[in-house]
Design a protein around this ligand. Structure first.
Ligand SMILES: [Mg+2]
Length: 273
């Protein structure tokens, strides 16, 4: 039975130093593998055990890294194991096939966004008009598809994100707060839509998924089985679904647990009868 494993990366499989959450005594901390370097410095890690599990999983399933990162940001990550045939970047905006963005998929996405959503320019203008320079650190556009702000969380008013989400919702956009980043993303730009396309092309019999943020909710809902870590936007909001396991593990330990769960589920898929 062929299994497609579509997993978010940041704070699901890979973790920055700040997100590792190494709660155990130092002498018992797991050995870590650095999987991303940014500006000549180590940035993202997984445990050595998780790295071994991922390498195995990449041999036995169709493993699809499924990220909101841009292609450039994704390109900095060097996951263990064989290079994935498919990868999903820009929250579903780019479907990489053997490292190249699929043109047919780009056209499909562009048509949906034009038909269903306010333009990126309109949303950016609103973001810049309403954000306060007191807490706004950076404003960025990703792949000409969506925008995000980097903010000083301690100064960010709680109500601002809620008001932005309401404004955006009426215009076909969704808002997600992850760490220091506030994402504004067109609603049809989803990880699940791109995963469905990979499932169609590969004929996968079951799909497993994992993710930690609101932008992963559709990915988890569309999968046959899913897992979410004990930290992150979904955990904080108490989000759940019957086929999604809410793990108690937090930080890099959750990444390892998720890979174990993928491995077990791929080896013994749930029977439909
Ligand atoms: Mg994430």
């Amino acid at each position: 039975m062929s299994t497609l494993v579509a997993s978010d990366l940041d704070r699901t499989l890979i973790y920055s130093a700040a997100a590792l959450d190494l709660a155990m005594p130092d002498a018992e901390a797991p050995r870590l593998l650095c999987v991303e370097v940014y500006e000549h410095k180590p940035l993202s890690y997984m445990t050595e055990t998780a790295a071994g599990l991922l390498a195995e999983l990449a041999d036995t399933t169709t493993f699809v890294p499924t990220t909101t990162r841009t292609r450039e940001q994704y390109g900095r990550i060097h996951l263990p194991g064989r290079a994935p045939r498919f990868a999903i970047c820009a929250n579903g905006g780019h479907l990489l096939v053997d490292g190249e963005s699929d043109r047919d998929w780009q056209r499909t996405v562009a048509a949906r966004l034009t038909a269903e959503c306010a333009t990126l320019d309109e949303v950016r203008a609103h973001l810049l008009r309403s954000a306060d320079p007191a807490w706004l650190l950076k404003e960025r556009v990703a792949e000409d598809l969506f925008a995000y702000l980097v903010v000083e969380r301690s100064l960010l008013p709680q109500t601002w994100v809620k008001e932005l989400a309401e404004w955006a919702d009426a215009r076909g956009w969704t808002v997600s707060l992850q760490g220091r980043k506030i994402y504004a993303v067109p609603k049809p730009l989803t990880k699940s839509a791109a995963v469905a396309e990979v499932a169609r092309r590969t004929g996968a019999a079951q799909t497993l998924a994992a993710g930690d943020s609101l932008l992963d909710a559709d990915l988890l809902l569309a999968a046959d089985r899913g897992w979410r870590p004990g930290h992150g936007e979904l955990a904080a909001s108490g989000w759940d679904a019957p086929h999604v396991t809410a793990l108690s593990e937090r930080g890099v330990a959750a990444g390892e647990k998720i890979l174990r769960a993928f491995t077990r589920a791929a080896a013994a898929p749930a029977r439909s009868c």
